[in-house]
Design a protein around this ligand. Sequence first.
Ligand SMILES: [Mn+2]
Length: 454
Amino acid sequence: MASPTVRPRFAPLPFAKRRESVLAALRGGAASRRHGRGAMVLPASPLRFKNADSEYRYRPDSELFYLTGRTAPGCVAVLRGFADRQRFVLFVEGRDEAKELWTGPRPELETVRESCGADAVHALEEFPDRAPKLLRGADVVHYRFGASDACDGAVLAALGEGRRRRPRTGTGLCGVLDPGGVLDDLRLRKDEAEAARMREAARITAAAFRDGLAAVRPGAGEWEVEAAVEAGFRRRGADGPAFATIAAAGTNACTLHYTANASRIGPGEMVLVDAGAEVECYAADVSRAAPASGRIEGAARDVYDVVLEAHRAAIAACRPGASLADVHDAAVTTVAEGLVALGVLPGTPAEAVETGAYRSWFPHQTSHWLGLDVHDAGRYRNVGTPRSVALEPGMAFTVEPGLYFRGGSCPRAPDLEGIGIRIEDDVLIDGAGAEVLTRDLPADPDAIEEMVRG
Ligand SMILES: [Mn+2]
């Protein structure tokens, strides 16, 4: 009997509608004449083994999940946009008593077909034999090599057959395109069912950060902060962390992707926490910096205030029609003013922006797309132009300015060295402006100090 879920019930994700969009793009009409009549083949990522027969916990492949909702390994989806029938064909692992003992029951193929809305479901081992025939009639296959040797071999065989057929029949598979060319644009605009999951991931992350910041104190291990945050995710029903949690005390915060979380927190140190829960494969991504002493003061306070101001300016720039470049520019302008005011940079803020000198301490972009992947699919610039993609309702991304003063990086203001601060929230563009998904978690110093002191 299934155990009761602790999660709210979300509206179902519109897998069939998404497949229709992909099938239309693959159909080969005027809109896609350049690429001809297409098919898409999406294999599940394989299980990865930590050692011998112990595998890492499985995380479904984002693209396959996006179109099918399948969460088990051992699956290939075939979408035949060029065809009138058998347009969605699935291959899954069939019943196997010996394997089911270890990994759990598997449904009958017919049950999978009904639940997934596929035109046909076959056993996974039949894919290599069936692939050339399923791809017959397509000019191009949207497929990414490298995830599965068996699947790679089957697609290569289909390409070989296409090459042989084309001279006599005029048709035959002759090209391979990345599936992201079709899927990335779809994934960039979140629908209401996705937004609901992202809101829940953000809500849980905000709550778990309160647990994590309460664990910040002198002498505690960074690992204790990590443990509190990740326990907070699981306790509230999230799948787990969407990415490796960062709990970085003192100068560790200047290593952007520090994940060892193996140091003890010093008495005067700030602790940078960057973490996010995953809910039904949708991610949140939040950063806060918190003081071990319970007070954000001195040089750390000066830096904190600059980053918070940049964060506010960047959030204020999030609206339909603006771009992530506008959001970044708002953060950069504030950061440059702050760096000059702190004595880090000579000259004027405008010069610091012009020369890019601020990049020594603010070396990353302010935003990345957020969704099924924490660094989600989607282009940042329009092809062939230097113009950033305009923000539209349904686009979700992070806003995360930061300043990092590594040892030796700041001869003009050496008291700042060893400080790393980032403030990160998640934003969803809507018709009116921007919804800050992580708004339950304040960032102002008083609120942070209160959370640390519990
Ligand atoms: Mn981020």
